[in-house]
Ligand binder design. Sequence first.
Ligand SMILES: Cc1cc2nc3c(=O)[nH]c(=O)nc-3n(C[C@H](O)[C@H](O)[C@H](O)COP(=O)(O)O)c2cc1C
Length: 215
Amino acid sequence: MITPRILYFGTPVVLLSTENSDGSANLAPISSAWALGWTLVLGLGEDGHTARNLAERPDLVVNLPGAGQWAAVERLAPLTGADPVPAGKQSSHRHVRDKFGAAGLAPIASVSVRPPRVAECPLQLEARTERIDRAAADGFFIVQARVLTVHADPSLVIPGTQHVDPARWHPLIYNFRHYFGLGRELGHSYRSETPRSRLDQGNHPNLGPRLRANP
Ligand SMILES: Cc1cc2nc3c(=O)[nH]c(=O)nc-3n(C[C@H](O)[C@H](O)[C@H](O)COP(=O)(O)O)c2cc1C
């Protein structure tokens, strides 16, 4: 048995845009984020500025950086939008108001919500908070947000479809506080709507060599 301090076993990193009380934008790296249908579930520390923003202004954008953007994410890691910096974060974080500028990322207006998207992120999910619950332990809020609008870089979309091409999307994975990309494809779920065999029928131009399911 082991007793690790953290259990970050490898989930995608998102950059969460929220709106500050003065109408400016906050941007925070989060790895506790996943989707249930079009509902996003986010785990946010109670002392984070992002959680405070969402309790007062429900709009948000989940921006998904690609694996190559880890350095910009790490530039945001020691920053908080909270001023003053909460007591528990004073040794690890400093306050910065312009997190986009600090990360070297550009804001771009959203379509359905007030906070801006991150222009450099290939996938952007505009969403609105529907409920915030307190986690049973450890000082977190569990946020549920409904996705309103999905933006995808055209180079990731299989032409003529609503599908993101999994062979072209390379999420950034947070693996026990280290950043990783994905390895090569091993196979696909029986429910995949984008297996190579089906796409080949239309001579799909976007696809390079892809492996079939392992025996
Ligand atoms: C890669 C990465 C993943 C993180 N994941 C989370 C997370 O899932 N939930 C969370 O509350 N904080 C997470 N953090 C820490 C927040 O980014 C940090 O608390 C930050 O100060 C929040 O900014 P804010 O106070 O402006 O909201 C993560 C940090 C990094 C670098």
